[in-house]
Ligand binder design. Structure first.
Ligand code: PNS
Length: 160
């Protein structure tokens, strides 16, 4: 069975992430989306909330599993029995950081490859940070995230 992991913060998941998830699911038997539990960052959503939101957003794709992880992505990949790490590339500005990360991961785990999927053009400008900023100023995020995610972002921002 060909397994890939797709690690990230997903705070919150965007239509760009979902596009990558669906396309990765067509290439692998199973894709495990790894939601990073990073105590150094202070995310809008807890890791449990991000997992739940992703589960709801991907429920129609049968070969996707959502799991939280902490520590190294390559260790998470190994635990999952994955030989590939998926990352999305939006633009050249992503490339330097992504290449550095892929090369670091390669040194740490030569048996695991990073596979870059270029984000579909319609989502190439999109980021979780932008979504939170637009929503924070009361803007419309319905073109950026699925309806259930948008609702949760507004709810969460209203609690703050
Ligand atoms: O969605 P993001 O924030 O761009 O995802 C970044 C992520 C989670 C893939 C990256 O920070 C990561 O892999 N973190 C786990 C720690 C790790 O493996 N570091 C070594 C790679 S430089």
């Amino acid at each position: 069975m060909r397994i890939a992991v797709y690690p990230g913060s997903f705070d919150p998941v965007t239509k760009g992430h979902l596009d990558v998830i669906v396309r990765a699911a067509a290439l692998f038997d199973q894709v495990i989306v790894g939601v990073l539990h990073n105590s150094a960052k202070s995310p809008l959503f807890s890791v449990e909330e991000r997992v739940k939101i992703l589960e709801e957003a991907t429920q129609e794709v049968p070969n996707i599993r959502i799991q939280s992880f902490s520590g190294l992505s390559v260790d998470f990949a190994r635990q999952c029995g994955a030989k590939a790490i998926i990352r999305g590339l939006r633009a050249i500005t992503d490339f330097e950081y992504e290449l550095q990360m892929a090369q670091t991961n390669r040194v740490l785990a030569p048996d695991i490859d990073t596979i870059f999927l270029t984000t579909s053009l319609e989502y190439a400008y999109l980021s979780s940070t932008t979504v939170k900023e637009v929503a924070g100023f009361g803007g419309d995020i319905s073109k950026f995230v699925p309806a259930n995610v948008a609702r949760k972002v507004y709810e969460k921002l209203n609690q703050h």
